[in-house]
Design a protein around this ligand. Structure first.
Ligand SMILES: Nc1nc2c(c(=O)[nH]1)N[C@H]1C(S)=C(S)[C@@H](COP(=O)(O)OP(=O)(O)OC[C@H]3O[C@@H](n4cnc5c(=O)[nH]c(N)nc54)[C@H](O)[C@@H]3O)O[C@H]1N2
Ligand SMILES: Nc1nc2c(c(=O)[nH]1)N[C@H]1C(S)=C(S)[C@@H](COP(=O)(O)OP(=O)(O)OC[C@H]3O[C@@H](n4cnc5c(=O)[nH]c(N)nc54)[C@H](O)[C@@H]3O)O[C@H]1N2
Ligand SMILES: [Mo]
Length: 742
């Protein structure tokens, strides 16, 4: 590590927070990062950066940053912590967790992560070395973030699909193989604001500049909807009906791709029969999208030479989200858009490397059938939900928290929380999570700042590193990249370092063949034929050459299946629009629609009392979930948590712009600043999630004002999907507005 210079790395994990892999240039002077800029030579972002990255010096060197391990010395919630050394911190973890394991079994320790970042690799490594199968995004009701969509794609088409913005080609938009999608449906996704799931939002804007037309499915008015050929202003949570209605139009008007369907689709006739239940007028009534708009959008999409869907997390937050995703997969399938240039390109981890094991399949490869099979027997939710058991080796989070509260069928005693602010942003029914977590005997939180979760619950806080302070690997999806350590802040360690060191204490025999973390990276990178050092020499990233990681038409070329035969990686070798895998799991093999659990149709009485649909959490470039509220350059752009209220609604409630109000329902009330705005319809409000105020008192009961501002206090939990995945009610909870009387 040189002391001064300009170095390339990628922005993934703490600092930016997001799911992206943007190339960055880190400017270091005398061992300190002084500036950061987007790397113009990196194909991902081509020189661009978001505000969070540009403000990174303020994040890394913030006076409140935790730079040493901290041990709680007062009562939980008293806010009294004392710095300790790493050896002592690891000793405490080893001793306490092993003691709990001896008494109650390893499964009584829950390993809880947040989203994205580079956490999937290290946290599974630690959980499986310790011997617990109970790994999850605790509090993310229904695992409602990408997992439902991933599960459906894997089941229906055998692989994952994303809109082709040339991201798998080194020369990007200049590559002669690529053409822009004629049409992109931005479905519950606001590309300029979030870079979700290994996707750089501005790629969509790049495609628009090259001619792509947009169909936007969004209940709100946004920058994107204002530029769309069709804005389908949907009632929140009804996306499944819309997709089925569009399928009805495309099938009944005979504008699907017959050649593709005949050769590559399994179960088309059954799908055709099913969509007859969703005629356009009925769908228009459910979704509140005019019938003419549904028909026009369906025709535009189906008649395009190449088209794709760019979808977002609201799909996962629909009831029966896996069925909603299934319906949308059918749209891109029957129009013949899979793995063609400018279509729905298949996304595989780069070079076959698994840095973040998503699927049970990848976990089996990494840890072996014996171990995964044995541990799955104890995994919470695996018995209740075959899809939870077989698709993704996560415990079912709603069941985990219920079990923490009830102690049944076995007690939970400890939690290892890493990259998650459970109380401050992640968990629905946040108050219930607080009560259940308080019952645990031992809680470790690995984070960079104090937040409501560390303050309320942590017995130990371990200080994590930002991306310029760490080495790591990334294969999600392309290119294969490494994060390269450039500076050190305090005694912070990367999540990989922390977990590697602790895992070795739990399983010294099993892990002795890796002396250093780099040995392990090299083993994970082995399928690429490169080592960490090789990738350093390459400049930090490498795009896959010919082979399964590179598009197009891989189903025709035998590049998708383990047996190397042409076809898709499903039992039938075809895209299963009638999905036998779902059937085998006791689920409906065809897509269907379920009304949100709270709505004017499903709960008319509740709707009278709470007549506003509360959409939450539309992303802002300024913050990543509950993070960044202490960063001056970012906070000054959005100092207060606000709620968007339509002018007619504001008039009805007698609310003026800038007034502080309550959002309220039977679960409680939360403060917001009114922002009168035509971004929302009159019967919707929208507010961001993840608000707590770092400038307020940290110790309980205040906990940085979390119970005044955290919207998830009034969002109910238990998900409502038959698959066990999806249905978090983050976008569909009913509420009302109330004035704050002094
Ligand atoms: N109301 C509402 N709630 C929502 C949503 C919504 O739309 N509406 N969205 C949900 C979704 S989709 C998700 S994915 C969850 C996200 O939930 P989380 O992933 O829990 O999100 P954060 O609030 O960003 O909390 C992450 C914590 O990890 C820390 N951190 C950041 N980077 C690192 C790192 O590299 N290492 C370590 N050790 N710590 C790090 C941060 O300081 C922060 O305290 O929130 C959910 N909550
Ligand atoms: N800057 C920044 N980027 C982020 C994040 C962040 O916190 N900050 N979070 C990351 C994470 S974990 C995720 S999951 C993604 C999420 O990012 P997205 O997938 O884009 O999800 P949202 O921003 O919640 O919502 C996108 C759009 O969907 C609309 N919407 C709301 N409800 C519905 C509905 O029921 N149906 C439809 N069709 N549309 C609806 C909203 O109005 C919004 O404009 O962003 C990731 N990127
Ligand atoms: Mo997410």
């Amino acid at each position: 590590m040189k002391n001064t210079g300009v170095y390339p790395t990628i922005a993934w994990s703490a600092g930016a927070g997001c799911h992206g892999g943007c190339g960055q240039k880190v400017f270091v002077e005398q061992g300190r990062m002084v500036r950061i800029e987007g790397d113009e030579n990196h194909p991902w972002n081509q020189g661009r950066s978001c505000p969070r990255v540009l403000a990174l010096t303020q994040y890394m060197y913030h006076p409140d940053r935790i730079t040493q391990p901290l041990k709680r010395v007062g009562e939980r919630g008293e806010g009294k912590f004392e710095p300790i050394g790493w050896d002592e911190a690891f000793d405490i973890c080893e001793q306490r967790l092993n003691e709990i394991k001896r008494k109650y079994g390893a499964e009584s320790v829950v390993f809880a992560q947040g989203t994205g970042r580079d956490i999937g690799g290290p946290i599974t490594f630690l959980a499986y070395s310790f011997g617990s199968p109970n790994w999850c995004q605790l509090g993310l009701s229904g695992q409602s973030c990408y997992t439902p969509r991933l599960g459906s794609m894997k089941s229906v088409m055998g692989d994952f699909g994303v809109v082709d913005c040339s991201q798998f080609l080194e020369r990007r938009y200049e590559d002669p193989e690529w053409v822009p999608p004629e049409v992109i449906i931005a479905w519950g996704q606001d590309p300029p604001n979030g870079c979700p799931d290994a996707f750089f939002g501005h790629w969509i804007v790049d495609c628009m500049k090259r001619g792509s037309k947009i169909i936007s499915v969004d209940p709100r008015n946004t920058w994107m909807t204002g530029r769309a050929a069709h804005h389908l202003q949907i009632r929140p949570g009804t996306d499944g009906a819309l997709a089925l209605g569009m399928l009805n139009v495309i099938i009944n008007e005979d504008i699907y791709d017959k050649a593709f369907v005949e050769k590559w689709v399994h179960g088309f006739e059954q799908l055709k029969a099913r969509v007859q239940d969703y005629p356009v007028d009925k769908v228009a009534a459910i979704t509140e999208v005019p019938a003419g708009e549904i028909v026009a959008a369906a025709r535009l999409f189906a008649n395009a030479r190449q088209a794709a869907v760019h979808w977002g997390v609201p799909i996962d937050m629909c009831p029966d989200a896996t069925a909603v995703a299934h319906a949308i997969i059918c749209l891109w399938t029957i129009t013949g858009n899979i793995d063609i240039p400018g279509g729905q390109v298949i996304a595989k981890p780069s070079h076959g490397v698994s840095s973040y094991p998503y699927t049970t399949e990848e976990l089996l490869q990494l840890y072996g059938e014996e171990m995964i099979g044995r541990l799955t027997k104890k995994r919470i939710g695996a018995d209740a939900y075959p899809m939870v058991k077989n698709f993704r080796a996560w415990a079912q989070p709603d069941m985990v928290i219920d079990q923490m509260q009830s102690g049944k069928p076995y007690p939970l005693k400890a939690a290892w929380i890493q990259t998650a602010n459970v109380l401050g942003g992640q968990a629905a029914r946040a108050g219930f999570h607080y009560e259940a977590l308080k019952k645990l005997e031992f809680i470790v939180v690995v984070d960079l700042f104090h937040n409501p979760t560390t303050m309320a619950l942590a017995d130990l806080v371990l200080p994590a590193a930002t991306f310029p302070e760490k080495n790591s690997i990334r294969a999600w999806y392309a290119p294969l990249s490494i994060i390269q350590k450039r500076v050190q802040v305090g005694e912070c360690k990367s999540d990989w370092e922390i977990n590697f060191e602790l895992a070795k204490r739990f399983n010294p025999e099993g892990l002795k063949h890796w002396n250093t973390l780099e040995d392990m990276f090299d083993e994970r990178l082995a399928p690429s034929g490169m080592t960490f050092k090789d990738l350093q020499k390459e400049g930090g990233w490498k795009m896959a050459g010919e082979g399964p990681s590179r598009p197009y038409r891989r189903h025709e070329r035998g590049l998708l299946r383990p047996d190397k035969k042409p076809g898709f990686n499903t039992a039938s070798g075809k895209v299963e629009v009638h999905c036998d895998t779902f059937k085998g799991w006791g689920l409906d093999p065809l897509p269907f629609y379920t009304e949100p659990p709270q709505s004017k149709l499903s709960t008319p009485e509740l709707y009278k009392k709470y007549p506003l649909v509360m959409i939450t959490g539309a992303r802002s470039q300024l913050f990543f979930h509950s993070e960044h509220r202490m960063i001056p350059w970012l906070r000054e752009k959005m100092p207060d948590p606000y709620v968007e209220i339509h002018p007619e609604t504001a008039a009805r409630y007698g609310i003026y712009d800038g007034e502080w109000v309550y959002l309220k329902n039977d679960m409680g009330r939360v403060k917001r600043k009114a922002k009168i705005s035509r971004k929302v319809k009159a019967d919707h409000v929208h507010t961001m999630h993840g608000w707590w105020l770092p400038e307020r008192e940290g110790k309980a009961p205040d906990l940085f004002g979390v119970w005044d501002y955290q919207i998830n206090k009034i969002i109910p939990g238990p998900q409502c999907s038959k698959s066990g995945f999806g249905g978090g009610q983050y976008k569909t909870t009913l509420c009302t507005l109330a004035k704050i009387e002094n």
